[in-house]
Design a protein around this ligand. Sequence first.
Ligand SMILES: [Zn+2]
Length: 152
Amino acid sequence: MNSTQSCPECGTDWQDGVTCTDHFHQMLFWENEYPEYTYQVHHYLVLCYHLQHPSLYSREMLPGAVRLLGDFLRGVSTEAARSSSRDVLDSGKRDWKITGTPESHGEYEHPVRWTMTAADITADSVENYEHNVRLWAQTTYDTLQASGNAAS
Ligand SMILES: [Zn+2]
């Protein structure tokens, strides 16, 4: 019997029991250990991981997070965006206003099939991390637009 589970949110196969949370923690570990490869794309990591697991956000926060990713990709600086959207980016913050609960959490209006997920980043080397996370950010936003979940 095939017992491989897949993520109910982003659809990634959890090979050998390694879950998306494990991939996220691996990336945070890399960010601690190898800042030279990672510091420029931390905001993309936080946004992409949460956008592909939208129940982590509250219903109110999800559309703002989609917009913020689009802003970053269009070149809005993280400093400018942070001052207006600090809560969306602060992954350590656990505030009822930004964090989803089992009863009320973010979900997309239209179904989404991601072309790239957290597992694709950790499958490659840390030297390619910045490149891969930038690609992840672009494909995540493109997928949201193509599926009708992001206003263009
Ligand atoms: Zn997942």
